[in-house]
Design a protein around this ligand. Structure first.
Ligand SMILES: Nc1nc2c(ncn2[C@@H]2O[C@H](COP(=O)(O)OP(=O)(O)OP(=O)(O)O)[C@@H](O)[C@H]2O)c(=O)[nH]1
Ligand SMILES: [Mg+2]
Length: 204
């Protein structure tokens, strides 16, 4: 996959019966509300209207599935977490929904965890990372809104993210900006690698 030429909304789901049932590899995008998940999807797909960019944080409530390059893979936009105004009932709904997905989704090749480069990860971010690690999911870290951080602060902020997440200082983080489009090529190359992971035939 050299770039994303086609992206189309497929369906929304809150429970397993509503997921697409086939063998198509999936990638999902998680992060705090307002971190820029929908914007990230729109930017890498070069389609400003694909995933709704919320004016009101916490608006995306379901798993939203998108078909990429005529079914080479699928993207799943997950509701943002950590939005204070969300009721407890909604928080439980969210946890149940994503737990079902992460625990049992065979199609899932990797999870992109988005973090705002301007801030240290929150308790929710730390919990999310631990949770993804618990299920042994492949994780790619993305730092968003790079355009809002001075060049002189980049290395410092990156280090703060990794130390707060208790990850080693050489853990890769893709620096991303929807304004400058920095980071798209790296994201596409990760996707291409992961789509092909299981396609190598084992010789006997
Ligand atoms: N400058 C800048 N702004 C960004 C970037 N990415 C996202 N934003 C802005 O951040 C705000 C939130 O972006 P969304 O894409 O709606 O965030 P989200 O993570 O999908 O939010 P929820 O759906 O509520 O979880 C919007 O106003 C975006 O325009 C970026 O790379 N640079
Ligand atoms: Mg969104």
């Amino acid at each position: 996959m050299e770039r994303i030429k086609q992206a189309q909304f497929l369906t929304s789901a809150i429970k397993e019966e509503q997921w697409p049932h086939d063998e198509i590899p999936e990638f999902c995008f998680v992060g705090r509300s307002n971190v820029g998940k929908s914007t990230f999807l729109n930017t890498i797909c070069n389609n400003g209207k694909l995933a709704r960019v919320s004016q009101t944080p916490g608006k995306t409530q379901m798993l939203n599935f998108f078909t990429i390059n005529n079914n080479i893979c699928r993207f799943v936009d997950v509701p943002g977490y950590g939005f204070a105004k969300v009721s407890n009932e909604k928080k439980i709904q969210f946890a149940t929904m994503i737990d079902e997905y992460f625990q049992s989704r065979k199609n899932l090749k990797a999870v992109f965890l988005l973090l705002d480069l301007r801030h240290a990860p929150s308790k929710d971010d730390i919990d999310m990372l631990e949770y993804l690690q618990h299920y042994h999911l492949k994780i790619h870290l993305i730092a968003t809104k790079v355009d809002k951080v001075k060049n002189s602060q980049l290395v410092k902020n990156k280090k703060l993210i990794l130390s707060t997440l208790k990850l080693s200082t050489n853990t890769p983080i893709i620096l991303f900006s929807s304004i400058s489009k920095q980071g798209i090529d790296l994201v596409i190359s990760k996707l291409a690698d992961d789509v092909n992971t299981d396609e190598v035939e084992v010789e006997t």
